[in-house]
Structures are given as C-alpha cells and as structure tokens.
Ligand binder design. Structure first.
Ligand code: NAP
Length: 312
C-alpha cells in the first residue's frame, strides 16, 4: 500500500497477503516506484504515483504483476506501458460516484450562491448585517447544467441537478447516452458552453482530455455562468480560467482539482469569484474504505487465478 489506507482495508488486506504499508502520505518518489515493481507481487498505488513508461523500462523483469489502483482515475499510470510490461491494472469505479457528485453539488452551490465569499466576510468580522441586495448569487432552479463527460459521476451530478434542484440538463460526451432523466446532448463542447448556466467537468484525465476546457470554450460561456471541475486539474487550462475569472468573463468557478496539484496559483487564491477545495471528492471514511476494499478484492481475485472485477 503506497499510502496508509483505512484500518478496515489494511485488516482485510492482511487476511490475504503479507502487507507493507508505506507510512507517507506523499506520492512515491522515483526510487520507490521502481522498488515497488521490483520487490512486491502487487501494489496498491494511488493519485500522484506517476508510473511513466520509463519506470517500467527501468525494471525489465518486474516481480509485480498487478497495480490495483485506489481510485477510479488512473491517468497517473501509463496503462499501455504497464500492459506491455506484463502487469494488470485495476481501479475502483462506482465506489466514488455518489460522494464525488456530492462534492460537485457543494461546489456548484458554493460558487453560484457565493458561499465562500460570505464565509470570508463573516470570519473577517466585516459582516454588517442582512440587507436585501447583499451577496446576490445565481439561483439554480430552472437553470441549465451542462455536464462535460456523462459517465457515472456526470450522471449522478445531472440526476441531483434535475431531481433535487429543478434544473434542465445538457451534456457533451463522445457518444450519446441512454439516460433515466431528460437531457439534451450537444455535438460540441463550445455549443454546450454557450447553452448552460453551470458547466461541470466530469471526464477522465489523460492526454485526450488535456486542456479540453480551453480559452475558446471558456469564451463561449455566458458571463453569468459558473464552471465546476471535479475531474482532473489539467482538463481545464488553468491559466485561461484565471484570465476569464480576473476579467469577469464568467460568473465564477468551483475547483476540487488543479493543473499542477497540490500547487494552487496565487492568482486563484487572490480571487473572490472562485471556490477552492483540496481534492476532497471522495473524502469520507466509508467511501475510502469501500474503495480500498475494492482494490484488495482485485488483488485477491488476481492471485486466486480469478478474473479481476475491475480491469482498466
Ligand atoms: P466514467 O464513468 O468513465 O465517465 C467518464 C465519461 O467521460 C464517459 O461517459 C465518457 O463518455 C466521457 N468522456 C471521455 N472522454 C471524453 C472526451 N474527450 N470528451 C467528452 N467526453 C468524454 O468515469 P467516472 O467514474 O464518472 O469518473 C470520471 C473521472 O472523475 C475519473 O476518471 C476521475 O479522474 C475523476 N474523479 C475525481 C474525483 C475527485 O476526488 N475529485 C473522484 C472520483 C473521480 P464517452 O466515452 O461517450 O465520451
């Protein structure tokens, strides 16, 4: 385990394996990445453990046969290189869906209703009392949410917006989706950006989605519209987003993830019209436990010679 995971996960793993828990919460360094492949039969890596093709090249005959990633997003692992090196890669889909959708709703509400600004006002002792035109935000009822990437998490967000907040739903995905709520599919991302009041990014990270939300897409958004990103930081061109927020070309933004995480640019911190969360999409004990148990089950199945439940 490349990070301490919840005790229940460690206990479950210990029933099946001789377990080493790396007692460090930071991503593995390059020596540790290579030692993991060389010295262990299986590894449970997670976000930030950067398995580049070079890492696999440097360990030509790895003892490790499976990377049972803790998390649904696996853009930190070069799966092609891992497969070429003879490793199986698994992830934890489903376990993260509802909690991450809740975090998206937190950001939507905080950004649209200016909750971060309000909280800062109270804490600074500068609140002078209620008045009818103070901190007026965007009311969600009747507005349109645009989902970028209508997958598991995208659908959970859309369902909340539709059923809980009376919002209309539009989306952009490469393929049309069969959905159990009304939603309009937009052919291009710019079409989606033009049409919506809140746009939520829920695509996987990786080369294909790098800067998918760029200056052109941001320019298509309406001046009152908000952007929320719970996916991966580099799906959004962060410099272009900062420019749009500074020039008030969009209404605001809510971010759980950052392009050069954990670095958050000073320019973002200085802005009132952005909500900044420290990548807490799945941060609840029961969710992290379920994710960990899925990773352990993938390992158990693999070494028992069964099909792994969650190959990527
Ligand atoms: P998923 O079910 O695979 O959904 C992703 C969706 O994105 C798919 O429906 C896919 O549909 C669409 N998509 C992929 N590439 C696209 C592109 N280039 N343009 C438009 N749409 C595209 O994955 P998920 O379980 O919802 O998770 C999504 C991501 O959320 C994860 O990969 C992870 O990085 C992130 N995440 C973040 C947190 C957090 O803590 N903030 C927590 C969990 C997950 P098409 O194939 O039809 O395009």
């Amino acid at each position: 385990m490349t990070r301490p995971l919840p005790q229940e996960v460690q206990d479950e793993a210990a029933k099946h394996f001789d377990v080493t828990v790396r007692e460090n919460t930071a991503p593995m360094n390059s020596d540790e990445l290579r030692a993991g492949l060389r010295d262990y039969d299986g590894v449970i890596p997670t976000l930030g453990d950067l398995y580049t093709p070079q890492v696999f090249d440097d360990v030509p005959d790895p003892r490790c046969r499976i990377l049972a990633n803790f998390g649904v997003g696996y853009n930190h692992i070069d799966v092609t290189a891992a497969t070429a090196a003879g490793l199986v890669v698994t992830n934890t889909p489903g376990a993260v869906t509802e909690a991450t959708a809740d975090t998206a709703m937190t950001l939507i509400l905080m950004s649209c209703r200016r909750a971060g600004e309000g909280e800062r006002l109270v804490r600074a002792g500068e609140w002078e009392g209620w008045h009818p035109t103070q901190l007026l935000g965007l009311h969600l009822g009747g507005r349109t949410v645009g989902i970028v990437g209508m997958g598991r998490i995208g659908q959970a967000i859309a369902r909340r917006c539709h059923s809980g907040f009376g919002m209309k739903v539009a989306y952009h995905s490469r393929s049309p989706k069969t959905l159990d709520f009304p939603a309009e599919r937009k052919e291009s991302l710019s079409d989606l950006a033009r049409a919506v009041d809140v746009m939520v990014v829920a695509v996987p990270g990786g080369d294909e989605t790098h800067h998918l939300v760029d200056a052109k897409v941001l320019a298509a958004m309406q001046p009152h519209a908000h952007l929320v990103n719970i996916a991966r930081g580099n799906v959004v061109d962060e410099a272009a987003l900062i420019a749009a927020l500074e020039q008030r070309r969009i209404g605001g933004a809510g971010l759980d993830v950052y392009e050069f995480e954990p670095k958050v640019p000073q320019a973002l911190k200085a802005l009132e019209n952005v909500v900044l969360l420290p990548h807490i999409g799945t941060a609840a004990l029961e969710v992290r436990t379920e994710m960990g148990l899925m990773s352990v089950e993938n390992l158990r199945a693999f070494f028992a010679g069964e099909a792994v439940p969650n190959p990527v």
